[in-house]
Design a protein around this ligand. Structure first.
Ligand code: ADP
Ligand code: MG
Length: 234
């Protein structure tokens, strides 16, 4: 079995507009694939397809050599349990910061003890431990983002799909998130596709980088990333 997530010639229309035009992309275990591109280029749409939230109109998606059947709700739901999809501006629960992480873990079947231990370790990793009892709605935008990232990682996903995870974060908090994501992907040897707004971030975390412009992949880098080449498009 080849361990790769493959999007092959993905096409997506909204109405009559071709939003994604034959997009192909690969994400490999233990590597971070980053998607960059101007506003409206189709990055979020592509990520939603990878998260099995919307079907493509043409092309296919394969995970570990298995083609995904977007009509098979059962298969999609079972795969989605392995996926951590973080939308742009993710919502938080109107509950304590602690419960924002603890409750989803309990819902997934973790024991009280297990859920408490994981929640505490995630909160300390995010440097939110001292705020544990505060209602999540009282957090700043950046802290909410941090909490949402922690909540997804607590569920021990095998596939990270993050849409501009650091866009609302101060530079030092963004660095914490980048380090956490990088460490998680390397340690767990999992898949990651991250949409990014920042070249600095891409250079720091990307093993493979795709530049999406008007629904088409215009550049692809593996390893050495040329800032000049990216700036031509963004
Ligand atoms: P990006 O994330 O790169 O900014 P998006 O994937 O959000 O781009 O959007 C790509 C294009 O598709 C934009 O022109 C946007 O207006 C359009 N679009 C996105 N979602 C929808 C939708 N649900 N219905 C109609 N048009 C949409
Ligand atoms: Mg977007």
């Amino acid at each position: 079995m080849k361990e790769v997530i493959k999007a092959l010639n993905i096409v997506k229309y909204f109405g009559k507009t071709r939003i994604l035009d034959n997009v192909s992309l690969e994400a490999h275990r233990g590597r971070i694939a980053v998607i960059m591109g101007p506003n409206g280029s189709g990055k979020s749409t592509l990520l939603k397809i990878l998260a099995l939230l919307i079907p493509p109109d043409d092309g296919r998606l394969e995970i570990d050599d298995s083609p995904i059947d977007f009509d098979n709700e059962l298969e999609k739901r079972s795969l989605q349990k392995k996926i951590a999809y973080l939308p742009q501006r993710p919502p938080v629960l109107s509950a304590s910061i602690f419960n924002n992480i603890y409750l989803p873990l309990r819902l997934r079947g973790a024991s009280k003890e297990e859920a408490k231990k994981t929640t505490e370790s995630i909160l300390s990793m995010l440097r939110l431990k001292e705020y544990a009892k505060i209602n999540a709605h009282r957090l700043s935008g950046g802290q909410k983002q941090l909490l949402a990232i922690g909540r997804t990682l607590a569920l021990n996903p095998e596939i990270l799909l993050f849409d501009e995870p650091t866009a609302s974060l101060a530079p030092n908090t963004a660095e914490i998130v980048q380090d956490i994501v990088k460490r998680y992907v390397k340690e767990k040897n999992c898949y990651a596709v991250i949409v990014s707004h920042s070249i600095t971030e891409a250079k720091k975390i990307a093993d493979d980088l795709y530049v999406l412009v008007s629904g088409k992949i215009k550049e692809r880098f593996s390893g050495q990333i040329s800032e000049e080449e990216i700036l031509k498009w963004i």
